[in-house]
Design a protein around this ligand. Sequence first.
Ligand SMILES: NC(=O)c1ccc[n+]([C@@H]2O[C@H](COP(=O)([O-])OP(=O)(O)OC[C@H]3O[C@@H](n4cnc5c(N)ncnc54)[C@H](O)[C@@H]3O)[C@@H](O)[C@H]2O)c1
Length: 418
Amino acid sequence: MQNKAVNLGLIGLGARAETLLVSLFGTRDVEVVAVCDLSAVAITKIKGIFAQNGRPAPADYQNHHDLLARDDVEAVIISTSWISHLPIATAAMKAGKYAAIEVGGASSTEELWQLVHASEQTGMPCMMLENICYARLELMIFNMVRQGLFGEIVHCEGGYEHEMRAHLVGGLDRGLERSLHNRCRNADLYPTHQLGPIAKILGINRGNRFLSLTSTASKARSLAGYARAHGVGDIVFNNGDVVTTVIKCAGGETIALTRSVTLPRPYSRHGRVQGTKGLWLEDANGIFIDGVSRTIEEIDAAGNPYTTHLWDAVESYSDRYEHPLWRDYKQNTIGGHAGADWLAIQAFLDAVRKKTTTPIDVYDCAAWMSVTCLSEQSIALGSMPVAFPDFTNGKWMKRQPAPVSKWALDAVHEECFR
Ligand SMILES: NC(=O)c1ccc[n+]([C@@H]2O[C@H](COP(=O)([O-])OP(=O)(O)OC[C@H]3O[C@@H](n4cnc5c(N)ncnc54)[C@H](O)[C@@H]3O)[C@@H](O)[C@H]2O)c1
């Protein structure tokens, strides 16, 4: 059965919006009826992409308030920049629209409170389109966690480890906002790709919450050296090359996050989920489950017995533990990030159609994005612990379960796939 078409507005028409359009054009029951960007050049370019794909030309605006004033727009996707996501999402909810924001961190907890209050006062949801929450590997690990394979989870790690020197230095001239943040701030600027899936595993905002963090930044050498070597000049970048953040949760778990985007290295999300019965370690491509994975009993040179624990390849678990969302979808994925973008967008559209809350909600957005401004404070204070605000105002202890849905990220609802 075909779904009801959703009329969507798209705000922020840069490189990311172009990738998102591949997923949106690959979805039958959504119409992007209006677009908005401060730049007329960006609008012209995006309208060209609509024409190339045989799509009706959307209405265009240079001020998001004008787009939000349209009655026919039910929901907006905001892919502007880290400074503007939150005020635009707040305005969108106040205008009665479902809001989806692209990933990024917050500049202050104040703007996060405004987001939370707008959602609570209007009843309109706000979802972060955290595509990595829908990535195949992360969803399989989530499924294994919920089936108890790793026991009680004790510690998780994740990293945004992605060499971006050319992008960040090259972005200075064209006013790329990411470059500006790296010049002026010293923080974990991009925590959510790794933190989103971990937060869902740990039940953050539903029975658990982030309590406090400490953050430490290394010296900043790489971008300045790259800029000098490439004739861009002597430029000071404040953001440390490696930023390490440790979060303590109310449930007693710890989370270690690494941000490393300026030193040469292969891409990794540095995943680790460790519990009382075993762990997943992304960089070893390994899973070890106590009593299931192989061990070898040996005797050392002094005659003492010891046990060597061996990794199982992650793939050896996929037949049995693939998340049901990926069982068929993996044969024919659509759009960016190996198909994860498309799934995140479908999850948002499903909530818009059903008028339910979104699987990543406003409290998730606030908690995950607050890592950026809180890590900035901790680094400025010499790695002092900083407390997280409780954006739920106590509701995290006893919230209603999230809606039962195939898109749910708090539980795996097999019954929705039968
Ligand atoms: N989920 C992912 O995997 C992923 C990947 C890449 C980028 N992103 C995110 O997507 C967002 C956009 O990234 P990008 O690379 O397209 O950036 P970009 O700078 O290329 O594009 C941003 C666009 O937004 C416009 N804009 C800025 N402020 C605006 C405002 N107030 N109103 C209207 N338009 C405004 C700019 O003019 C620009 O055209 C960022 O938050 C980034 O972190 C996410």
